[in-house]
Write a protein that binds this ligand. Structure first.
Ligand code: ATP
Length: 604
């Protein structure tokens, strides 16, 4: 029972308040109770005033009592609103922090690519944007308003016990029937069903297509502007329809509620009138009880349920994500923990992949199924294969962003799962296809964890980015002195980052299409420099450009989750298999170009 209650979204919402700010939450509750009690206190003050007038007593005390209550009624409301807004902002910050930690915490990345967590992630990420409901600072204020009404109704009922025992019970029961109306109307059912969350995710995606610069080019070029807006409005309408369907009041329970409330109030006010006429109830007490009898109506549903539903949604989403993300992004605990060797500058890593199988979570097909591959220390290996063959996945496994389902990856004789992950990640570096573009100065882009300035400058030169911008130039526009780079220039920065890591001790370099965005001359020149800079380490190059691939010591062809060919360029050309076919296909389109300085390049 208690544990069921704890799982209720409303409970989770209230439980978050003290976590966000215990002192502010305590003040919020205290003000709430005070505001709730004041209408009943005001009724008593009014009765004491009427009594004093009736009996000809001094009016100073009852007037002061009434005035003080009245002033408190007026003053506490804006104070409470300010506290609510402040507390709401802190709750939003707490949720943002919790989500950021849940996302960044796990050592793997499975939790961020898990389709089953995507909808909660959207709700948890976007809740404060106000698109699907009020932001948190308003929600907490609305919740305060609803709770004040509820507390006011209960306080009035307590005072009404002074009249008789059944009147408050009857009125509380009757006004509570309005909650049954909500239940019948679907409001008390969870409005954050899978369908609602899915609609929210679709609406959010369409919105981002419309407003974010990444999609702006294709949206215009392919005439998707109207489609994007239409898609957004359709999805948002669907979301509102679903939310509306959940909050619609139904006629029959509404009529029943009206009947119950009318009859109950009729009985109570008839009893009050009868008692007054019989002389059993003085005017002053009549004034008090009549007011509190009306005051009990404050426990009617009000907006509390709607508010709590919306306010609790991100809280529930974050609290569901926290425990779900940790295992989804977890890596297998070490069976025989080995500290990763301290970085030794330029010490190459030997890799042995044995019978490796891997399938992405929730995917139907495995990417690898019995992959065997050896990469001797200090050698370079190019990995080629069709789109989707698993080349990038291999790079992710080598970085230990995922663990294999079966088989093993050994580095220098140790199973990768037994190595300290952080230690290993100082020994491996990579340029991914979708490399990171940090809105930070060049210096931090090249060495996010810091490095001697000489190494940063040398890495930039090796990557052909020595003259792009000063080390302290911020690579983002909108910061006054910041600049943005072209795709190829950014790629040189990403390359510099990897080359700088080599200078800091990385022994394995993974290059996933590292020159895809470079011009022909840049590619040829930079590739030579990369080979020189990574001469002493193990290099794995993933590329579709055979002009660069053929420079690797060995080349492996990946297909259907396995290595189907392995050897040097010459060996594989002699074999006349998949590699030769792919190479010849591309070579037919090669032309040797000679530039004005007499240098020749293979171009497509
Ligand atoms: N996060 C993911 N979740 C589920 N499946 C994925 C994920 N990433 C990739 N895949 C699937 O795994 C397979 C291998 O993808 P991968 O990106 O490793 O291919 P690739 O060889 O690098 O392709 P390309 O040459 O196009 O870059 C593909 O079938 C792809 O659909």
């Amino acid at each position: 029972m208690i544990s069921r209650l704890r799982r209720r979204p409303e409970w989770q919402f209230f439980a978050v308040l003290p976590k966000a700010d215990p002192l502010l939450a305590a003040v919020w509750w205290l003000l709430l109770l005070a505001r709730g009690a004041l209408p009943a206190v005001f009724a008593i003050a009014m009765g004491s005033m009427v009594g004093a007038v009736q009996h000809g007593s001094a009016l100073a005390a009852p007037l002061t009592f009434m005035g003080t209550t009245f002033i408190l009624l007026q003053v506490l409301t804006p104070v409470h609103q300010a506290v609510s807004a402040n507390l709401g902002s802190r709750v939003a910050a707490w949720l943002n922090d919790a989500l950021a930690e849940a996302c960044v915490g796990p050592p793997g990345i499975g939790h961020l690519e898990d389709p089953e967590l995507a909808e909660d992630l959207t709700v948890a990420r976007e809740f404060d944007r106000g698109q699907t409901g009020p932001p948190m600072y308003m929600n907490v204020d609305f919740a305060a308003g609803g709770l004040v009404e509820l507390a006011g109704g209960v306080a009035s009922a307590v005072v009404l016990f002074g009249f008789n025992w059944w009147a408050p019970l009857l009125l509380v029961g009757a006004w509570s029937a309005t909650h049954w109306l909500l239940r019948e109307s679907g409001v008390w059912r969870d409005r954050n069903t899978t369908e609602v969350r899915s609609a929210q995710r679709h609406a959010d995606y369409a919105y981002r297509l419309a407003v974010e610069p990444d999609a702006a080019k294709e949206v215009r070029l392919f005439g998707l502007a109207d489609w994007t807006v239409q898609r957004f409005t359709d999805r948002r309408r669907r979301l509102f329809e679903l939310q509306h369907a959940a909050t619609r009041l139904r006629e029959r329970p509404m009529i029943w509620c009206l009947l119950i409330v009318t009859v109950a109030n009729g009985l109570v006010f008839w009893a009050l009138g009868a008692a007054a006429i019989d002389g059993r109830l003085d005017l002053d007490r009549l004034v008090v009880f009549a007011q509190v009898a009306i005051g009990v109506s404050m426990i009617a549903f009000g907006g509390l349920n709607w508010v709590l539903d919306g306010a609790a949604a991100p809280v529930v989403a974050v609290q569901r994500l926290e425990p779900a993300m940790a295992p989804a992004g977890a890596l297998t605990p070490a069976r025989r923990p080995v500290a990763a060797a301290a970085p030794v500058r330029g010490r190459a890593v030997a890799i042995e992949i044995r019978d490796l199988s891997f399938r992405y979570p929730h995917a139907t097909q495995p990417v690898f199924d019995g992959l065997d591959l050896t990469v001797p220390a200090g050698s370079s290996l190019a990995v080629v294969g069709q789109n989707g063959a698993g080349k990038t996945t291999l790079a992710k496994l080598l970085c230990r962003l995922y663990d294999p389902d079966a088989g093993s990856i050994e580095v220098d004789g140790d199973d990768l799962r037994d190595l300290d992950t952080d230690g290993w990640r100082t020994r491996v570096t990579a340029v991914f296809q979708d490399f990171l573009r940090l809105e930070l100065p060049v210096r931090d882009n090249v060495a996010p964890a810091g490095a001697p300035e000489a190494d940063i400058l040398a890495a930039l030169v090796d990557a052909g980015a020595g003259d792009l911008a000063g080390l302290d130039t911020r690579l983002a526009t909108g910061y006054g002195d910041g600049i943005d780079l072209s795709g190829g220039q950014w790629q040189r920065i990403a390359l510099a980052r990897a080359l700088c890591a080599v200078r800091q001790g990385a022994g394995l370099v993974l290059l996933d299409e590292p020159t895809a965005q470079l011009d022909v001359r840049g590619e040829a020149a930079i590739f030579d420099r990369i080979l020189t800079a990574t001469r002493d380490v193990t290099t794995i190059l993933i590329s579709h450009r055979f002009s660069t691939v053929r420079h690797a010591d060995r080349i492996c062809v990946l297909e259907t989750g396995r290595v189907v060919e392995l050897g040097s360029h010459e060996e594989l050309m002699d074999v006349g298999g998949r590699y030769r076919t792919m190479f010849d296909l591309q070579a037919q389109r090669f032309t040797a170009e000679v530039d004005e300085q007499g240098m020749s390049y293979d171009t497509l």
